[in-house]
Design a protein. Structure first.
Ligand SMILES: [Zn+2]
Length: 127
């Protein structure tokens, strides 16, 4: 599985460091980068109320873990959780490799990787 260059993650980690508390950084399938960037862009509006402690792939799905401040108002918490749910939902419906939208149920699965037809072909040929 191709991974995007470390540089792209470093850029995101630098840009959104005020809401990130991920000492070891994070890496995901490269197809998720656009939706992660979109998520971080919205999430930074709630800076100060929470920190993202982990972003990872688990069983082919995106997982975003956060720590929230004790006094975070319920409506803020709900909005942050909504953004996470949205990102995780989208991640389940896009190709891990190129990021195009796919229907997870009909997509070819390579163990836990979810790939569109084009990327499946490339992967099959290189294995
Ligand atoms: Zn693809």
């Amino acid at each position: 599985m191709a991974r995007p260059t470390r540089k792209k993650y470093d850029e995101l980690e630098e840009k959104y460091k005020s809401i990130l508390d991920t000492p070891y950084g994070f890496e995901t399938p490269q197809g998720w980068l656009p939706l992660l960037e979109e998520f971080l862009e919205k999430a930074i509006n709630f800076e100060g109320w929470f920190k993202i402690v982990q972003i990872k792939e688990k069983f082919g799905g995106l997982r975003i873990y956060i720590d929230t401040e004790d006094d975070v108002p319920n409506e803020i918490r709900t909005m942050i959780e909504g953004l996470i749910a949205e990102a995780e939902f989208k991640a389940n419906r896009c190709c891990h490799e190129c990021g195009c939208s796919i229907d997870r149920d009909s997509a070819k699965k390579h163990k836990f990787y979810v790939l569109c037809d084009n990327c499946s072909v490339v992967k099959d040929e290189t294995q």
